[in-house]
Design a protein around this ligand. Structure first.
Ligand code: NDP
Ligand code: 8X3
Length: 253
């Protein structure tokens, strides 16, 4: 692999850890996220290890995504890995208590944003001898749980979109993976619980949750497999996490 690596949502969590992993191995990096200050800090941190192009981007804005792709400098244009990582969950309370705006934000980010970036990058990726798209789905793509309503549904879109793209790109050099992590410690839960630090700590307490570096290792591994190998989907959980029973809400006599 000689081309560049584009990571959306590189300002924290999985995206940042993944940027660091590829940087350690000298790959040119294109890093985006909405927080310019963080992007600048990350560029300063990584600049001695690799070439870095940072660009503030809200993936929900299709025009901004187009402008971003046009702005990628010549030296970075051979994108060989796209990590579609930008995403979020908002809330985990029952659907009846959920805010409609939160539902829209999750769909706009996790579904529309990922589609915006993918559509803009596909012509570049398909022109490479080999390329890899790694889409951050979730265990919530595959399994229902209370309070997951729109978040889980948005991630189910990501998983199915990934599979469907495989059908259209089989026979080209483009590989596509739906990566489906379970509980992983990152700012994800701070965002989900609106900055509530107590809830954030409770969630991960004693869980030995996945770390962003674990996900970065997996992403790096997937993209470095021989080019004839496509990981279609990969679900990963902390060892301490597993499924529970179906619930039965019993009728009261
Ligand atoms: P973080 O909250 O740490 O990172 C999310 C990243 O997404 C940030 O860099 C944020 O950057 C970016 N982002 C959010 N909204 C937008 C937007 N509109 N435009 C551009 N960038 C955006 O969470 P994680 O690293 O944990 O999550 C990364 C991905 O993995 C997400 O898609 C998440 O759903 C998924 N995931 C997370 C799991 C977990 O338990 N942590 C498990 C399974 C999947 P900025 O705010 O600067 O824009
Ligand atoms: C995040 C993992 O279990 O909170 O996608 O839905 S979970």
């Amino acid at each position: 692999m000689t081309g560049s690596v584009l990571i959306t949502g590189a300002t924290s969590g999985f995206g940042l850890a993944t940027a660091r992993k590829y940087a350690q191995n000298g790959y040119p990096l294109i890093l985006t996220g909405r927080r310019q200050e963080r992007l600048d800090d990350i560029a300063a941190e990584l600049k001695d290890q690799c070439e870095v192009f940072v660009y503030p981007l809200d993936v929900r804005d299709a025009d901004a995504v187009q402008a971003f792709v046009k702005a990628i400098p010549e030296a970075f244009r051979d994108v060989q890995v796209l990590v579609n990582n930008a995403g979020l969950a908002l809330g985990a309370s029952p659907a009846l208590e959920a805010k409609l705006q939160d539902w829209h934000t999750m769909i706009d980010t996790n579904v529309t944003g990922l589609v915006n970036v993918t559509h803009a990058l596909l012509p570049i990726l398909v022109a490479q001898p080999s390329a890899t798209i790694i889409n951050l789905a979730s265990v919530a793509s595959n399994w229902a749980y209370p309070g997951a309503h729109v978040y889980g549904a948005s991630k189910a879109f990501v998983a199915q979109f990934s599979r469907n793209l495989r059908c259209d790109f089989a026979g080209t050099g483009v590989r596509i993976t739906s990566l489906e992590p379970g509980m992983a410690e990152s700012e994800f839960s701070l965002v989900r619980f609106d900055g509530d630090k107590d809830k954030y700590q409770q969630i991960y307490q004693g869980a030995e949750a996945l770390q962003s570096e674990d996900i970065a290792e997996i992403i790096y591994w997937i993209s470095h497999l021989p080019s004839h190998v496509n990981i279609n989907s990969l679900e990963v959980m902390p060892t301490r996490q597993a499924w529970d029973n179906f619930k039965v809400v019993r009728k009261q006599d």
